[in-house]
Design a protein around this ligand. Structure first.
Ligand SMILES: [Zn+2]
Length: 450
């Protein structure tokens, strides 16, 4: 199906990082691509053969990018809140995850994919167990995303990870890709980091598929240095003389542009310079950081210096939603208060982080923008809402994006040229059944008799 998408305004960054604003826009989508974009009056289009979507109340933006999540963790939403990260992981999440089956992950990821796309997210980077079932769920909803080939030293094997990469990377019309997911420096040994890094280096040299990355949590908690040192020493690794987790990964030679680091809370100015110089890709997850009491990363300094930065929700049990508009608004407000300065992190910068910035983090060519020739991941937002009024002047719209918009304002979503959401509902899919299934799974997992 080919589409013609109309709106009141289209806003996007082009691939030269220049902000583009088009009034009375029209986007023509054929197969999976945007073949034309411009002003309706100038294009004088012949729309026969195209389904027309949108109206004069719609804002057209690129699909939003969620750079770090654990999408199937919808099943653990709200079951263990108001506790520290270590207790949350060791006393609740890890024991419950030990009881998980592949069908649980499928249903949880299905719900997470539905929640994501209904709030305008079209690309996700997810790290979880049973990645084949995550891939099935993400692609069944029609999203694009990375799943994980997980490594936890002493728990998973490299053979299984290689198998996941071979089976799933660059599959399902390239909607699904794989990251080599090394959980963190306190659960993966130095030797295993280096082994994965070497594999990626060799893989990228000999394959013309999209590149492979390492995806890891980095500098998330205050105790990460001690935890990482004792974990490595227990595993007979020689620990280098370093002061921070960023310095650790740099000193063992794995910190480069093939690494996506989530969080980066406990980092120094020297670390930011290292991340910048190495071209490392960063996902900022401020709501999770706040909720788990992990402290807040120096985000204004990061986005000023590091080139590839995007936003993540983290998992729906540490946020607790996959609505990235929550993250956008929180980020837009938090640092102004923290620094006593309303000019810190402007609306325009946040829009860039959520779109083109995220696309750069995932190195997914053709997403994060609405340029002619790009992939048709397009979101329309209904501006005719009390909390988005006034909106006749384009100057207000980026402020609305950062400070007033919600995921529930999303009307239509296309991913890879397919219409997934129309009039704020999933096309051809009933979500009741998935909600019921997840209720049952959570109930079973938390029941003491399981
Ligand atoms: Zn995470």
């Amino acid at each position: 199906m080919d589409y013609a998408i109309k709106g009141r305004l289209a806003i996007y960054y082009d691939t030269n990082s220049k902000l583009q604003i088009i009034e009375n826009p029209l986007i023509i989508v054929e197969e999976e691509k945007i073949v034309d974009i411009g002003t309706y009056d100038k294009m004088k289009p012949n729309l026969s053969g195209h389904d027309v979507i949108g109206d004069s109340n719609q804002l057209l933006i690129p699909g939003l990018v969620n750079c770090h999540t654990h999408i199937a963790m919808t099943i653990f939403r709200g079951i263990a809140d108001d506790i520290p990260l270590k207790t949350w992981l060791e006393d609740y999440i890890w024991p419950l995850e030990a009881k998980l089956g592949e069908e649980d992950v499928y249903q949880g990821a299905l719900l997470g994919s539905i929640e994501s796309v209904l709030s305008g997210v079209t690309a996700v980077n997810s790290m979880y167990w049973y990645p084949g079932f995550e891939a099935k769920a993400i692609s069944n909803i029609g999203l694009r995303g990375y799943i994980a080939a997980p490594i936890l030293s002493g728990i998973t094997t490299f053979e299984d990870a290689y198998d996941i990469i071979e089976k799933h990377h660059h599959t399902l019309q390239d909607l699904i890709r794989v990251t080599f997911s090394l959980h963190s420096p306190y659960t993966v040994t130095i030797e295993d980091f280096q082994k994965a890094h070497q594999y990626i280096h060799d893989y990228n040299e000999k394959n013309d598929k999209p590149e492979l990355f390492i995806h890891t949590h980095l500098a998330e908690s205050e105790t990460e240095m001690e935890d990482s040192r004792s974990f490595n020493e227990k595993n007979n690794q020689t620990y280098p003389d370093v002061d921070t987790p960023v310095e650790l990964l740099d000193s063992i030679g794995v910190l480069d542009d093939n690494l996506i680091a989530a969080h980066c809370i406990h980092i120094t100015e020297k670390d930011i310079k290292i991340l910048k110089d190495r071209g490392t890709r960063l996902s900022l997850n401020p709501i999770s950081n706040a909720k788990l009491g992990n402290h807040m990363p120096p985000i204004p300094s990061i986005i000023e210096q590091v080139d590839r930065v995007g936003l993540g929700t983290d998992g729906p049990s540490s946020n607790n939603t996959l609505d990235i508009f929550d993250t956008i608004r929180f980020l837009a407000l938090y640092y102004k208060g923290f620094h006593h300065n309303p000019t810190v992190i402007k609306a325009q910068e946040i829009f860039k982080l959520a779109t083109l910035g995220g696309a750069k983090v995932l190195n997914w060519e053709g997403i994060g923008t609405l340029e002619k020739g790009s992939l048709a991941d397009i979101v329309t937002v209904n501006l005719k809402k009390p909390h988005l009024t006034p909106s006749k002047n384009p100057d207000y719209i980026l402020n609305h994006f950062a400070y007033s918009m919600k995921g529930s304002d999303v009307s239509n979503v296309l991913v890879n040229g397919s219409l997934i959401v129309q009039d704020s509902s999933l096309v051809n899919r009933d979500i009741e059944n998935t909600i019921e299934e997840v209720e049952k799974i959570t109930h079973r997992l938390v029941s003491k008799n399981d």
